[in-house]
Design a protein around this ligand. Structure first.
Ligand SMILES: [Zn+2]
Length: 57
């Protein structure tokens, strides 16, 4: 089980982005969220954290 960076819950199914983990549920949610949805901004923010983590590492 790995901790999803979006919902912060431990999930066993999902994808890896660099060193971070996004669960299958959140992955689908990101795909189906419109860019004008307030949640989209949150997802992008979490993605930005991943990118920064990669640079540091
Ligand atoms: Zn999740």
């Amino acid at each position: 089980m790995e901790k999803c960076i979006i919902c912060k819950k431990a999930q066993n199914a999902g994808i890896h982005l660099y060193t971070s983990f996004i669960c299958a549920g959140c992955e689908q949610e990101i795909i189906h969220t419109e860019t004008d949805d307030p949640r989209y901004k949150y997802f992008v923010e979490q993605m930005r954290v991943i990118k920064e983590t990669k640079i540091v590492t």
